[in-house]
Design a protein around this ligand. Structure first.
Ligand code: BGC
Length: 767
């Protein structure tokens, strides 16, 4: 009897609960508006704040990040709040730009490891100048996002390479907004084709790590529009990213995460962005102001933040309408997500297939900087190789921080060389490996938790001489790494150390004395100094940080299996001081900059070097090939009334081996009321693999609007009347053909809002 009463009571309780469930509108069954109407203020405030556990990740397993979740996908950077009553599940978001960053070991499953693929870093991908390939990388990448049960990838990073020392440049693409926007658009299309989302980041002006959370970027409206926002705009237009991540810094006095002008007026009203905006981890200060600005999701989320939102609505400082808009935008994305749609995932992406994509993309991205007397390719003329340099053995796949990936392996340069059938010298290998073992042991004995990268091994002269006797050629890898939270050190990271140069010169002298050559491989995160050593090398291959197949990609190019076709998307200056931001980086006070003034305005990278006639070490767009190309049948079309025009040409492989070439279209615009860069990249195309003698037609369609400059005084993009020069080249300084046309009348392209003006007067550099 007793148990019968209990049963009835339980049944009654259950049916109440079930009724409660069915009575409340359910996301997916009811409209988003109906769901919002049924939400309490507390629930709304809950949804706009992340639900990531309070964890400080600092282990080698997760990298240096602000937080991560143990739920569903351990090691993912964050989780959103769930509201089961309304059928709203919690989405998982994960870093990062070079691969899915999750924990390898799971407490709940000790039986296996959860590795992800380390793809080439952003700077590397941009050097392919191949949007189709980058989209293909995106498809493989997005498949891993999906197969690991993640909803939104916190990538790509697409800030402008304003200064070479930014510690996170490796995550980003280029000094040029067109390249940045096109690359970001391509990878987002690829990733999102898997039914998962992306978050293009960090919007905007996060061009340094020095005091990234507090620094105020003081920049003109014109530089903002033409340089720092343009790439984001292109990516939004061409790929519809599900989300945008606001940055840590202030822009002209206001934290981007609290900037209505940036996140609502520009991003939504002007660009028609339809997804939601999330903050960077811990970005912004005033939580209600963030929602007011249109920063819909506060990440990673901390206790008490929802209460602040509720309080602000109650005291009238945050309108319910603003909160509802954020909720609506978030719900619309949740509706598309794998978690909401209960898409099954395997936890077993095809890592083998993706490694093949990495190897190919890594090799396509490499830039051949120098190749005297056909040092490369090795082909079959080289057999034994003296492999030098720490990073020939400990090759760097990518940088550290949230852009790191927990990969299963990295193919070293020496391994790749061996895989390609060459004979790396065994004595050198033994010496280096012994040195690493001893160095780690010494560090551990001295109390280190994890051994740091060992200083460069200095070999005895006798060893170098002996190897110059015995081996056919020398390969020396120079490595540099960098990552989140700090910028690169000018002396130790940008410059080669005196000891490195001395050793390189010794190797060069020893090999040259015997009529043999030295190849330098640069396994670097970004631009490095080339002075005082590049003459020693017979060939220099800029390998960047090409992902986990690094050594195989390097060997593919060294051997000649792949003909290099990468091009610089960021200039290599002669001196660091030659770059336009050198005097204003990282801002003042230097120890912890509160302000950084972008005095260079629009003159960033080649826009500066070309306009101010500053010599460079290797120019924007530069990269050699094992073959030669010529441009023929150049036809610069006449512009129509709206300024649109077509350019066609033929690119012919005039050399002896198959290869690909990047055709770059630069335009020099008339200077009337506004100063202009000497030339700007307006389009680019990469040929297919052309056999010797083969040619391909290339067609560019340029819009008049693409030629416009931003007139701050009128808040308007205008394409000026006057004489334009169209240049087709294989680099910004290797122009093959030129044509001109005249626009008789100026073309008003677009009126914008007058927003984000600097408060201070900026004395911008003028040509
Ligand atoms: C980084 C972001 C990253 C986030 C989550 C932040 O420190 O700036 O790029 O997505 O952490 O790990």
């Amino acid at each position: 009897m007793k148990s019968y009463t209990f049963f009835l009571f339980a049944l009654l309780l259950f049916s109440f609960a079930a009724q409660g469930q069915t009575n409340a509108p359910q996301l997916g069954k009811n409209t988003v508006k109906e769901v919002i109407a049924a939400m309490t203020i507390q629930e709304k405030a809950q949804l706009v704040v992340g639900a990531t556990e309070l964890k400080k990740a600092s282990s080698a397993d997760t990298g240096t990040t602000i937080g991560f979740t143990e739920q569903k996908v351990p090691g993912a950077a964050g989780i959103m709040a769930a509201i089961p009553r309304l059928g709203i599940p919690a989405l998982i978001v994960s870093d990062g730009p070079a691969g899915v960053r999750i924990n390898v070991v799971r407490k709940t499953d000790k039986s296996r490891r959860y590795y992800a693929t380390a793809f080439p870093v952003g700077t590397s991908l941009a050097s392919t100048w191949d949007t189709e390939l980058v989209e293909e990388v995106g498809r493989a990448f997005g498949n891993e996002v999906r197969e690991y049960g993640i909803d939104i990838l916190l990538a790509p990073g697409m800030n402008i390479h304003r200064n070479l020392l930014n510690g996170r440049n490796f995550e980003y693409y280029s000094e040029d907004p067109l390249i940045s926007g096109k690359m970001a658009g391509a990878i987002v299309r690829g990733i999102q084709s898997n039914g998962v989302g992306t978050s293009i980041k960090h919007f905007s002006g996060n061009n340094q790590e020095a005091n990234r959370n507090g620094v105020n970027v003081i920049v003109s409206e014109r530089a903002l529009r033409e340089i720092y926002l343009k790439g984001f705009r292109i990516a939004v237009k061409e790929s519809n990213p599900w989300t945008v991540m606001s940055s840590y810094n202030k822009l002209n006095g206001i934290f981007t995460a609290e900037s209505y002008d940036l996140l609502s007026t520009i991003l939504r009203d002007e660009w028609k962005f339809e997804g939601f905006v999330m903050s960077d981890w811990g970005g912004g200060r005033d939580r209600p102001a963030m929602i007011r600005a249109g920063n819909d999701l506060i990440m990673p989320g901390r206790p008490g933040q929802s209460d602040m939102i509720v309080a602000a609505v109650k005291n009238g400082t945050l309108s319910m309408q603003a909160l509802d808009s954020s909720v609506e935008r978030i719900l619309n994305i949740i509706l598309k997500s794998p978690t909401f749609n209960k898409r099954p995932y395997s936890d077993k992406p095809d890592l083998k297939a993706h490694a093949e994509v990495v190897r190919r993309a890594g090799a396509e991205a490499m830039v051949l900087l120098k190749n005297e007397r056909q040092t490369l390719p090795f082909g079959s003329k080289v057999k034994s190789i003296a492999v030098f340099g720490n990073t020939s053995f400990k090759t760097i796949a990518g940088g550290w921080g949230s852009g790191d990936v927990n990969k299963a392996y990295v193919i070293s340069v020496i391994k790749g060389i061996g895989n390609a059938g060459y004979k790396p010298d065994a004595d050198l290998k033994r010496d280096y490996l012994r040195y690493f073992t001893k160095d780690s042991a010494d560090q551990m004995a001295a109390g280190a938790k994890w051994p740091k990268a060992a200083p460069e091994l200095m070999l005895q002269d006798s060893v170098i001489f002996k190897k110059a006797e015995e081996c056919d050629i020398a390969v020396l890898t120079i490595g540099r790494n960098s990552g989140e939270t700090s910028d690169r050190d000018l002396e130790k990271n940008y410059h080669l150390l005196p000891a490195e140069i001395a050793q390189m010169n010794k190797i060069a002298a020893a090999f040259h004395a015997r009529g043999k050559k030295l190849v330098i491989v640069l396994n670097v995160a970004g631009v490095i100094d080339m002075k005082g050593w590049k003459e020693s090398a017979d060939a220099i291959l800029l390998a960047w940080q090409p992902g986990q197949e690094a050594g195989n990609s390097v060997a593919d190019v060294l051997s000649g299996k792949v003909n290099p076709s990468g091009k610089l998307a960021t200039t290599f200056p002669v001196n660091y001081e030659d770059i336009s931001s050198a005097k204003n980086f990282p801002g003042t006070p230097v120890e912890k900059p509160l302000n950084v003034t972008y005095q260079e305005g629009i003159y960033v990278g080649y826009r500066y070097h070309d306009t101010f006639k500053v010599p460079v070490s290797y120019e924007f767009g530069y990269g050699l090939s094992y073959t030669k190309f010529a441009v023929t049948d150049f036809r610069p079309g006449r512009p129509s009334a709206n300024g649109n025009f077509e350019v066609t040409c033929r690119v012919k492989n005039t050399g002896t081996v198959a290869g690909r070439q990047v055709v770059q279209l630069y335009v020099s615009a008339p200077v009337k009321n506004l100063d202009k860069p000497a030339q700007e990249l307006k389009s680019f195309a990469k040929t297919k693999l052309l056999a010797p003698g083969e040619s391909q037609q290339i067609r560019f369609s340029i819009k008049g609007a693409d030629l416009a400059s931003f007139y701050s005084d009128r808040s308007e993009w205008i394409t000026d009347a006057g004489r334009y020069e169209v240049r087709i080249g294989f680099s910004s300084r290797d122009i093959e053909k030129k044509g001109t046309f005249v626009l008789n009348a100026s073309i008003p392209v677009e009126k914008t809002h007058r927003v984000l003006q600097p408060v201070e007067q900026i004395k911008e550099y003028k040509p």
